[in-house]
Design a protein around this ligand. Structure first.
Ligand SMILES: [Mn+2]
Length: 279
């Protein structure tokens, strides 16, 4: 069948085109909820590899699972893919969010080679210190951004403490987590202000940690940007936008959208790998 010394086409298709990166950042997968785009994420993970992988929160949706158990095989496949990457040598760090808050009880623990950290500082290849944090810690700060700016630093610290206590009490009473992003979506007019206030809060937090940047999730709004000297990276989500952020070997970031399966007519691997934003 092969006469020109080239590999048969079928085999080429069977072996996915894999891009290698220094670091891969994923968040807001919401496994356990019907809206999680697990098939696309499995496909993405087949085509992307990294030395280090950060799971930046809301990977599993504990709130949904508590209400009704929804765990199709594609959701298992995501977990298996990640565990297999850990076995093959990727360092995987799980920074929990509000929907997988149960993981916050296990800082420093390892699960199948995946380490839990409440937050982390990652150094890029070009020497930038990036704070890695989900971002829900700042919900109250964002909601009351104007008042807090007026009242100053102590109000900021207080708001973060209140945010924690407020959600602890809600958990204890069996209420779901109060969702800042859905609250903001209801108030469409304020959505832009809300995103800006969230970015401001995360950028200040990066400065407080003497970092040159921050990588977060939570608001399902993927972007790579700068605020003054601070790099702001939001990984987006795998519910609607199907986005991930990667750090290339030179330390620059790239935002990838993966909304079509590789190998399909429109979802050609190379097309799927086109970055939608980069530094
Ligand atoms: Mn969240």
């Amino acid at each position: 069948m092969v006469s020109n010394g080239q590999e048969p086409l079928k085999e080429l298709h069977a072996r996915p085109f894999v891009r290698h990166f220094r670091t891969l950042f994923l968040s807001d997968v919401h496994l356990g909820s019907k809206s999680a785009q697990a098939d696309l994420l499995v496909d993405f993970l087949k085509c992307h590899d990294a030395e280090k992988i950060y799971l930046v929160g809301d990977i599993v949706d504990g709130w949904r699972l508590r209400r009704s158990w929804h765990w199709p095989s594609a959701h298992n496949d995501v977990v298996q893919r990640l565990l297999s990457k850990a076995r093959k040598g990727s360092e995987i760090i799980y920074v929990p969010g509000n929907h997988d808050e149960f993981m916050r009880e296990f800082p420093g623990e390892h699960f199948g080679g995946i380490e839990v950290r409440l937050q982390d500082v990652h150094e890029t290849a070009d020497g930038r210190r990036m704070l890695i944090i989900h971002g829900d810690e700042f919900d109250v700060v964002v909601r009351n951004a104007r008042i807090i700016a007026y009242l100053g630093d102590w109000a900021y610290d207080m708001a973060i403490a209140i945010n924690h206590i407020f959600n602890r009490i809600r958990t204890w009473l069996g209420f779901p987590y109060w969702s800042l992003s859905s609250w903001a979506k209801l108030k469409v007019k304020n959505a832009v202000n809300f995103i800006g206030a969230f970015e401001d809060a995360l950028v200040s937090e990066a400065k407080r940690h003497n970092c040159e940047g921050v990588v977060c999730g939570h608001i399902h709004h993927a972007i790579i940007g700068t605020r003054g000297a601070i790099t702001y990276v939001n990984t987006g989500d795998w519910v609607e936008s199907c986005t991930a952020v990667v750090e290339r070997h030179d330390g620059t970031f790239e935002l990838i959208r993966w909304t079509v399966m590789a190998g399909t007519e429109i979802g050609d691997v190379l097309q799927g790998a086109q970055p939608i934003a980069a530094e």
